[in-house]
Design a protein around this ligand. Structure first.
Ligand SMILES: Cc1cc2nc3c(=O)[nH]c(=O)nc-3n(C[C@H](O)[C@H](O)[C@H](O)COP(=O)(O)OP(=O)(O)OC[C@H]3O[C@@H](n4cnc5c(N)ncnc54)[C@H](O)[C@@H]3O)c2cc1C
Length: 472
């Protein structure tokens, strides 16, 4: 039997907050979800273009995302996830090298033959070896030892820099090992998933189910502080004033948690690790009339490109979800102090779009339907050696204040699945397990969405634009 119903505030409406709110509401608690922005979804949030919604930052699922898929099952929308084989390629001096099979690696001309073999062995070894001790050794050292200096400098370092910039030196090998095993863990080749109606469909369904379970969702509600009152009750302060709850679950990134913790609460909780900073990201989204490549991901590491990857999500998404347009994200991970974070969108466009046209000379201005720039400051913690010891605890104040955030996801790669997994760890610390599906409510949501989708008839897609030089 569940514990007596409590009033619980969940702070943050990203996937962590939504998962916590859902499971707590299923247990019969009175949940109030507070989200600072005008939308749910956090980093998986969306915007509207020409009657459809698109993610501000590219998002997809992997078949190994079990905990996330279970949440979608609870919401009754798991069957709406569709899967497609996807491919990866590497841009080097104007040529695109597919890198999906052992044969692709053997043909990977940017590396000497011996280095290709060493990179291949690194991959095999990485899959077979245990993760023991990898939190205490840097990725730089681990990969250099396995692949050699040349292959590290030419192949692995640009990939690491693409995520962590000049702060990649201390990232533990454990992070890399986990990432490597997550993305290449499928025996039948790379395959990615997306959901009919996009990620907005997931957050809309969460909202409907939460409301049906009696929860309250407050958007545009920025939490200014969390603290304990004189009676030891938890208090949340927003523009609307102070409010008491039995318990609080915080899902904000740690630097934002630090800003809202009040003095009484700070005295009761263990100090949070403030030495781990976060990496941010800029995405430039292009809606195109023609596809660029057949690859989901084209890595463009190296200083000649202002972005580190060209992510063509329309190689995965159905026309029902994007119309006839093709959707490409140019992505660059950066620290929020970098000046590119504060320059105007026009400056980014003026630099990035000609650089894309250099990679794809056939891409004409007239092929571009629209472009949008999005920035996020707190995406991936910048990990250091012994990061496991720096993970914040799930319980901040005994029995009262709990944490489920991206700083705890390590060593798993930050993702919706990683956040759901962490949310479930935090819920376990609160004594809450994973509950059964709430089928009746979700069926209603599924029905209305299906009707909407039937209005769009897919047409045959246009021919891909050819790269500057024929692909390898
Ligand atoms: C470019 C990019 C690509 C990605 N690709 C993928 C992918 O393909 N697949 C995948 O699974 N994941 C992907 N991710 C990662 C994924 O989006 C995140 O790991 C996940 O969304 C984190 O969820 P969260 O709820 O923990 O945090 P967040 O999404 O950061 O949510 C925190 C929420 O708290 C709110 N908040 C902050 N401060 C306050 C306050 N004071 N008061 C109230 N609310 C507040 C924020 O507005 C936000 O909504 C990607 C992320 C980015 C940026």
């Amino acid at each position: 039997m569940s514990a007596p119903s409590k009033s619980i505030a969940v702070l943050g409406g990203g996937i962590s907050g939504l998962t916590c709110a859902l499971r707590l509401a299923q247990e019969g608690h009175r949940v109030t979800l507070m989200e600072g922005s005008e939308q749910l979804g956090g980093l998986g949030t969306f915007f509207e273009h020409d009657g459809r919604t698109f993610e501000k930052f590219y998002h997809c699922m992997l078949p190994s995302d079990g905990p996330l898929l279970r949440v979608l099952e609870t919401l009754g929308i798991r069957d709406e996830v569709y899967w497609k084989p996807t491919t990866f390629a590497y841009a080097h001096e104007g040529r695109f090298f597919p890198l999906n099979t052992a044969v692709d690696l053997l043909k990977f001309a940017p590396l000497r033959f011996i280095d290709r073999i060493r990179v291949g062995i690194t991959g095999l070894y990485g899959r077979l070896v245990s993760d023991k001790g990898l939190d205490q050794i840097t990725t730089v050292k681990w990969l250099t030892r396995l692949s050699g200096d040349r292959a590290f400098a030419k192949f692995w370092r640009p990939m690491l820099e693409a995520k962590f910039g000049d702060r990649h030196h201390d990232v533990p090998a454990l992070w890399f090992w986990t990432r490597f095993n997550r993305e290449k863990g499928e025996s039948k080749g790379e395959c990615k998933g997306y959901i009919k109606g996009g990620y907005k469909h997931i957050t809309d369904t969460f909202a409907r189910v939460l409301q049906a379970l009696g929860s309250e969702i407050r958007l545009n509600t920025t939490v200014q502080s969390v603290d304990l009152d004189d009676d030891g009750r938890t208090v949340v302060t927003t523009d609307a004033g102070r409010e008491s709850f039995d318990q609080i679950v915080i899902t904000l990134p740690t630097p934002q948690v630090e800003k809202i913790v009040g003095p009484a609460m700070r005295r009761e909780m263990p100090p949070l690790d403030t030495t781990t900073d976060y990496q941010g990201v800029i995405n430039c989204l292009l809606f195109l009339k023609k596809p660029l490549t057949t690859h989901y991901w084209l890595a463009t590491p190296g200083s000649e490109h202002p972005f580190d990857g060209v992510v063509e999500t329309s190689t995965l998404t159905d026309t029902a979800d994007r119309g006839q347009r093709h959707v490409v994200y140019l992505t660059k991970y950066l620290h929020r102090d970098d000046e590119r974070f504060s320059v105007g969108d026009e400056c980014i466009r003026a630099y990035w779009i000609p650089a894309l046209q250099e990679l794809f000379p056939q891409l004409q201005d007239s092929d571009i339907e629209a472009t949008h720039i999005f920035r996020a400051s707190f995406v991936e913690p910048i990990y250091k050696l012994n990061q496991m010891k720096l993970r914040p605890p799930e319980e901040l104040v005994t029995g009262k204040v709990y944490l489920a955030n991206t700083a705890q996801v390590y060593p798993v790669v930050t993702s919706w699945n990683g956040s759901v997994t962490q949310a479930e760890r935090t819920l376990a610390a609160m004594g809450v397990g994973v509950s059964a599906p709430v089928t009746a409510t979700a069926d209603t949501a599924v029905g209305s969405r299906t009707a909407e989708l039937k209005l769009t008839k897919p047409r045959a897609s246009a021919q891909p634009l050819r790269p500057a030089v024929a692909k390898a």
